[in-house]
Design a protein around this ligand. Structure first.
Ligand SMILES: [Mn+2]
Length: 299
């Protein structure tokens, strides 16, 4: 079987005609528990060939729009810092288009977000995640999947976290202090989910969406490095995507989908991850049509 190099197995779209770009970033250097996220992008692309081009929920037909170009996978460099710099440069080249980065470990959000936005103080990051990723040092490392949002927050980014259910007391105290940080814990979601949707709908300015697949319930996607029970349902995830892509005063610059670990049994999880990647683009397109092209293009 020839490998699928373009999301949805679409015919290659020339870069200058693309509305959206997919950047496969098989970066895996810091792992706490289960390895394998290096294989995420290839498995997601392969499974995306089985996802329908028409999406009834959003009305989006990928045969027509958006036009998507999928980059060649990022080549591994010598260090994590070099990986992130290469990703930042790759993403920067696609500014003005919606950029979806496929991981790989969560640390890559540092490069992907910086590639889309020079001034992180003006950026709001919507983070769907089981973990807060706000640790100062994980296993002595400043750059790690567990510290990524701390580093972005330190550089001035605003954070909205949804689905968090595994964190240290240090992270909890940072969240409680509340500076540029809004966290909707998983245990609060039965009551606070409408509040989360309302907050996303009122976002303003530049926004970046980071989806750690472990934010979804581990019963839905056990194929991730550090799964946690009690996560988001598929329906809740769609509602969040809809809210963030339809926010009338926000400009969604890009997104990432990280920490997926492909597993041979059952391959259904690969398809779930691929469908989630496609849904990000479908909701982005639906929001763009609704808002008259305000999202991601025309900058
Ligand atoms: Mn994470």
């Amino acid at each position: 079987m020839t490998p699928v190099t373009q999301l949805l197995a679409l015919p290659p779209c020339p870069m200058d005609r693309a509305d959206a770009v997919v950047v496969p970033a098989p970066i895996e250097r810091t792992v706490s528990y289960g390895p394998g996220t290096f294989g995420g992008p290839a498995a997601i692309l392969a499974a995306s060939g089985q996802v329908e081009l028409f999406d009834a929920e959003t009305g989006v037909d990928f045969d027509h729009a958006p036009r998507i170009h999928t980059d060649a996978p990022l080549m591994p460099a010598d260090t994590l810092e070099a990986d992130l710099a290469a990703l930042e440069a790759a993403v920067r080249r696609h500014r003005g288009k919606f950029v979806l980065t496929l991981g790989g470990e969560h640390t890559l959000s540092l490069g992907a977000a910086a590639g889309l936005c020079d001034d992180l103080e003006r950026l709001t990051i919507v983070q769907i995640d089981a973990h807060a990723d706000l640790i100062d040092r994980l296993d002595g490392l400043a750059l790690s999947h567990g510290t990524v949002m701390r580093r972005l927050w330190e550089r001035g980014a605003h954070l909205v976290q949804i689905g968090v259910r595994s964190l240290s007391r240090e992270e909890f105290e940072l969240i409680t202090a509340g500076r540029r940080l809004r966290t909707f814990f998983a245990h609060q979601l039965p009551d606070r989910f409408p509040e989360a949707l309302d907050l996303l709908g009122r976002l303003e300015g530049d926004v970046y969406l980071s989806i750690d697949i472990d934010g979804l319930d581990s019963a839905l996607v056990p194929s991730t490095g550090t799964p946690q029970p009690d996560g988001l349902s598929w329906r809740q995830t769609m509602a969040l995507l809809r809210a963030v892509t339809a926010a009338p005063r926000a400009r969604l610059l890009g997104a990432d989908l990280v920490e997926f670990v492909p597993s041979p049994h059952p391959p259904g999880c690969d398809l779930t991850a691929a469908k989630l990647a496609v849904k990000v683009l479908a909701w982005w397109q639906a929001g763009r049509e609704k808002l008259g092209g305000a999202h991601g293009t025309g900058r």
